[in-house]
Write a protein that binds this ligand. Structure first.
Ligand SMILES: C[S@@+](CC[C@H](N)C(=O)[O-])C[C@H]1O[C@@H](n2cnc3c(N)ncnc32)[C@H](O)[C@@H]1O
Length: 267
């Protein structure tokens, strides 16, 4: 992707772009043309996030594509697509988290994107990234907003890695979560060519600035990435701590709370 041009566009939208503290507090970009998207398409996103994705797509080279994991009802996909009809987009969701999103997504795509611009795949992201239906094109802009366990976050980057173009931007959502940041930072340590460009936190989830935090990485390919060097003990230890211990505890706590509520209602 044309990275320098992308960053220039970011500066035009957020004059405070280089000042992390002020950017974290920003409620909207200068150009409000995407302000209505979230009023029309329910989504887990903010206007800032949509604009960032939109600028990334606008800065793609002609032989690059945008790839998104985790679409829900399509707000981020539409935000990325609007005004960028020359660029092809590929997206997937397995609808494992929220009911009724599949039908809404199809309707949203019919309403907001020209036929053929977006190809959507209803499947697990690992299968999607293995299939890589955009080939022989490469990914110039990648948005990961799928499952948020450490293993999901790590695989979201690991499986996409062979498909990144020589210079690609990777935007990862929900990085208020420690597991998400840990996955990004482990990949960036294990693979040469990653650079953390943005690391924005928000005071809570659903925040009007940057939702639940966002990280943006630049990947500059230095030869073929060494896929054999991925995973290993560093991955296993983190997966154990974040998923097997913390995530497991969180799920058990939620289940217990549900049981108590149910008991209270029926007593
Ligand atoms: C936070 S939502 C995405 C929000 C969306 N980007 C937006 O802007 O409104 C996360 C989505 O990831 C999907 N998801 C979770 N695990 C997945 C997996 N393993 N493969 C594909 N999609 C997955 C869920 O079904 C859910 O729709």
């Amino acid at each position: 992707m044309r990275f320098a041009e992308f960053i220039e566009r970011c500066h035009a939208e957020w004059p405070e772009f280089d000042d992390r503290g002020r950017l974290e507090k920003s409620r909207s970009p200068q150009n409000r043309d995407l302000a209505n998207v979230l009023a029309d398409v329910p989504g887990m996103a903010t206007e800032n996030k949509l604009k960032l994705l939109n600028l990334a797509v606008a800065s793609l080279e002609p032989d690059e594509v945008y790839v998104e994991v985790g679409c829900y009802k399509g707000a981020s996909l539409v935000g990325a697509a609007l005004g960028n009809s020359a660029h092809r987009m590929f997206a997937c969701d397995n609808f494992s988290q929220f009911d009724g999103a599949a039908e809404s997504l199809q309707q949203t795509l019919r309403q907001y994107t020209p036929p053929g611009q977006v190809q959507f795949f209803d499947m697990d992201f690992r299968e999607f990234l293995q299939k890589a239906p955009w080939q022989p094109a490469r990914i110039g802009a990648y948005f990961y907003d799928g499952g948020h366990s450490f293993e999901d976050q790590y695989d979201g980057l690991r499986c996409a890695l062979p498909h990144f173009s020589a210079d690609a931007v990777i935007i990862v959502d929900d990085t208020n979560k420690r597991a998400a940041r840990a996955a990004d930072s482990l990949i960036a340590r294990q693979v040469r060519g990653f650079e953390l460009v943005l690391n924005l936190r928000t005071p809570r989830n659903h925040h009007p600035t940057w939702w639940n935090g966002i990280q943006m990485l630049r990947y500059r390919r230095q030869g073929e990435p060494d896929l054999a060097g991925l995973g290993g003990p560093s991955f296993a230890v983190r997966k154990f701590i974040y998923d097997d211990v913390f995530l497991n505890l969180k799920h058990r706590r939620r289940a217990l709370r549900r049981e108590i509520k149910e008991w209270w209602r029926n007593r």
